[in-house]
Design a protein around this ligand. Structure first.
Ligand SMILES: [Zn+2]
Length: 244
């Protein structure tokens, strides 16, 4: 194996580490963002519940006030009973009192239902608040971990980029371009070993896509320190030490 191919293989090792590091950083970012979205959603839902609670409380208070007003009306009607001059008038007032009482009973039922609903929403608000606190804790710890890792990751990235650039100096520009272009399609893995499947039949294949590689290509790779792309997946082929 010639120095160019060897350098490319070293470069691929660095690329592997770079991609893994960037993937890990991106994954951490994604979890922080997901947790942030979850928190925001919970906060919005809780705010809606609080609004709902406020409305229900205002509704209950206004109905309770109505009941009080009606009760005081009944009080007045009772006094009127004592001063009724005719039987007809007396009966009319009594009938009004009974009808008002029926109304009050109906309204009291509604208030009772509202109060039950208020208790329920209040419970839900409390539970949602607990969930918000837990989500916030989780978000804080994810952010702390992210910040703790940041300095080390940046250092590692810088070191790998530096190694990469040193190594790149020893590779012809056109080869490097090709390596980078192909690598973009395969998460930095531009190189593929040629593997010998059947020694008797001299059958070779590309380890990237498993398609056959001709003996001419193998001969080329054995004799030259140049790149040859797999005709199927375009990866840059090389012969591992055993086969070269
Ligand atoms: Zn291939």
């Amino acid at each position: 194996m010639g120095p160019v191919i060897q350098s490319l293989l070293c470069l691929q090792k660095i690329e592997t580490q770079l991609w893994a590091l960037r993937d890990a950083l991106a994954a951490k970012n994604r979890s922080v963002n997901a947790q942030q979205r979850k928190l925001l959603q919970l906060q919005q839902q809780t705010q809606q519940k609080r609004d709902q609670l406020k409305h229900a409380q205002a509704d209950a208070a206004s109905q309770e006030l109505d009941i009080k007003t009606q009760e005081s009306e009944i009080g007045k009607l009772r006094n009127a009973l004592n001063t009724a001059r005719t039987n007809k008038e007396y009966n009319a007032i009594l009938s009004q009192i009974n009808s008002d009482r029926t109304d009050i009973a109906r309204q009291e039922e509604k208030v009772l239902a509202l109060l039950t609903q208020i208790d329920q929403i209040d419970d839900e608000c409390r539970q949602a608040q607990q969930q918000i606190a837990q989500t916030q804790d989780r978000l804080d710890s994810l952010r702390r971990a992210q910040q703790d890792d940041q300095a080390q990751s940046e250092q590692d990235l810088a070191k790998l980029e530096q190694d990469k650039s040193h190594l790149a100096d020893s590779i012809p520009a056109s080869v490097l371009n090709q390596f980078q272009r192909v690598g973009q399609n395969y998460n930095g893995q531009a190189m593929a070993a040629v593997t010998l499947n059947d020694p008797r039949a001299s059958a070779y294949s590309c380890s990237g896509c498993h398609m056959s590689i001709t003996i001419d290509t193998v001969d080329f790779l054995m004799s030259k320190d140049e790149i040859k792309q797999c005709p199927n997946c375009q990866r840059l082929l090389y012969l591992p030490p055993d086969e070269s």
